[in-house]
Design a protein around this ligand. Sequence first.
Ligand code: C2E
Ligand code: CA
Ligand code: CA
Length: 730
Amino acid sequence: MTILTPATPTADWLQALHSSNSAWLVTDEQLRVAHVNEGFTRLLGYSLQDMQDAWPLEKLLGQDTELAPHIRDELEQHGAYTGELLLRCKDGSPLWVAATVNTLNRQPFPKVGTTAEVIVLTDIGFTKRFEALQRQMLEDVVMEKPLANLLHDMCGTLEQMIPRLKVCVMDVDASGLLNPLAAPSIAPQVLELMKCVRSGPDHGASASAAYLGHEVMTPDIAEDAHWGAVATLFTSAGLQACWSNPIKNHEGRVVGTLDFYFDTPRSPNELHRQLVLACLHLCAVAMERDASKHRIRQLAYYDTLTRLPNRTMFNECAEQALHAMRGHQGLLFFLDLDRFKLWNDSLGHAAGDALLREIADRLGSCTRPEDVVGRLSSDEFAVLMPHCAPDQMPFLAQRMLDAIAEPFSINGVMTTPNACVGVCTYPEDGTDIETLLRHADQAMYAAKGQGSQRWERYRPEMGKISQERADMERELRTTLAAGGLQLHYQPQICSSGAQRLYGVEALARWQHPEWGWVPPPRFIAVAEDSGLIHTLTSWLIDAACTQLATWRAQGVPMPHVSINLSTNNFHLPDFAMQVQQTLLRHGLTGQDLMLEITESVMLDSSPATLNNLQTLHAMGMRLSMDDFGTGYSSLSYLHRLPISELKLDKSFVQDVTVSSAASALTRSVLNIATSLGMTVVAEGVETQEQADWLARHGCPVLQGYRFAKPMPATDIGPWVQQHAERHAAA
Ligand code: C2E
Ligand code: CA
Ligand code: CA
């Protein structure tokens, strides 16, 4: 054997060469293999004799003929080559190596053109495969491969790299529950044991690692007290030792564990450590990507407040549920809270949010797991109940209404939430979710029309009603733009003495060319729902001011005009300023207008409303509480606002002479209002009997058909004249 070195190798030197894990091979100047070390035989399986027939690299590269000439060129030009090569072992298996080939310049025996070579090969099969695994995983993450599949593949690759190893990835959820995410080679009966394990120090290696946040080694499961009763099930499935490492997200929270199971009692070696170190990071990246994907989905498809599906998601789930129940019946409930906006504005958005969450919970409590519940918009919810027959509708709708109407307290304020529900049936009222939702919505609208806490079943004519509403909105819009509304005025009379004119109430009138006179409550409701109420009110104030200025110019003695305002008007931040400007334009002052508001304005504590009320009051305008006795009817609220007038609702007035309850209530309202310095105006006074009773009990102002119906402005002048004459004569 010739080892071409300047000095003769010592025994130590040779020993080192042989025991090296790298493969060494030396040729003579004819490029025949002259020497191989023991590492070479260990790595590739070839002996010195096996290598005699060809240039060694050509033989080792096998089919890869293109590469051999390339390496030769390199050697001839530069005298050296380094690179990574895929070689064939003697048994045919592939092996990745890092190769370094050096030509030896045989100084002692110079002979141009011939050189010997020293080839050093280092096994990088593992590194290569690991790089490939890493690349594959990152690619899978980018391609959004499902997390479980991605981790399943990773476990499989690791198991191929390290024979007799079983790898498993556990998911650890926010509540600390562990569940297998990927465990390709774990026996099913063991997999069952791994499900729903709570993280903790005494429930095996992975539960401990999740709990402690650092690696946990069980070198011998059979001997470990912490594994308890399950130990034998693991060991009989060939899982003798477990090494678990926590997978942490970027915030440091444990989101999973990477577990190595060995088939003999043992601890991890350096190779295992390296692998785990790199894989933990990859797992964390993949799991975190998946979590954020999930979060994005949640944001896109679920309502963050109630965690219910949003409209898009509801439609999708409901459509699937409909598809699954072909041939069966189902019910769709559409639910809308009453006065939610008022609650939200007056108690603040946090309270509104709390109420919505509560409602979502309550709906959850009266639905089954197979029902689809969603939040469609701010205070609208929908519930699809598959496999329910129409005869169950009354019970189910009422149960929902009852659940919602349970008292609810927030910030010390107790309320009873109310709602209205519309229901329609599948497949009679529609076979797709859009139609069903539209019909249930129409039924809900019909229920709202009946009052609070009502439910209605869809009827085809309801579609007509909602079409009529849409028509009315369109017509009202054009009429308003064309200045086509009118104002009628109803006189208000002082009950004592000469029955002096106290003022007039302006009431909007709409005569449609086809429909005739449209009842004010109907078109006012449409205006409020559609936002047209702002235009309507601006027009109303301007028209009333114009008229008052005209009367004054004509010498009609008109103390003031009352106008009706909606809650929505106060939400416009510059509403008070608009009123002020209109007054100025007509040369009027704040005293000339009385503003009739309803109790909902009083309950509305939104900043815009409060600002507007304060500004209006500061400008000298008086506020009148309309329809007193119908709404919240709480006298205790009255002192919260500078109210100077109270309008006793006609429902009281009409009963005042026949019902002792109505008369008792009216008497106490009169007492309290007087003591608070407010003027009471009784509305809807139709008979002389009512007028007498009211006058006798000290009600200062009366309004109603008994005196005059609302009339066009041109009739007011003559009416005032006649009225004055009648009473002067009396
Ligand atoms: P309201 O403010 O309570 O108006 C009084 C209603 O009672 C008027 O009905 C009036 O015509 C009616 N009325 C007056 N005297 C009697 C009577 O002796 N017996 C009976 N049964 N009814 C009487 P109208 O004009 O149909 O208005 C209905 C509602 O529409 C009003 O109720 C008010 O809430 C609303 N409204 C009318 N005009 C306007 C307006 O310009 N703006 C706003 N926001 N709402 C308006
Ligand atoms: Ca009124
Ligand atoms: Ca009224």
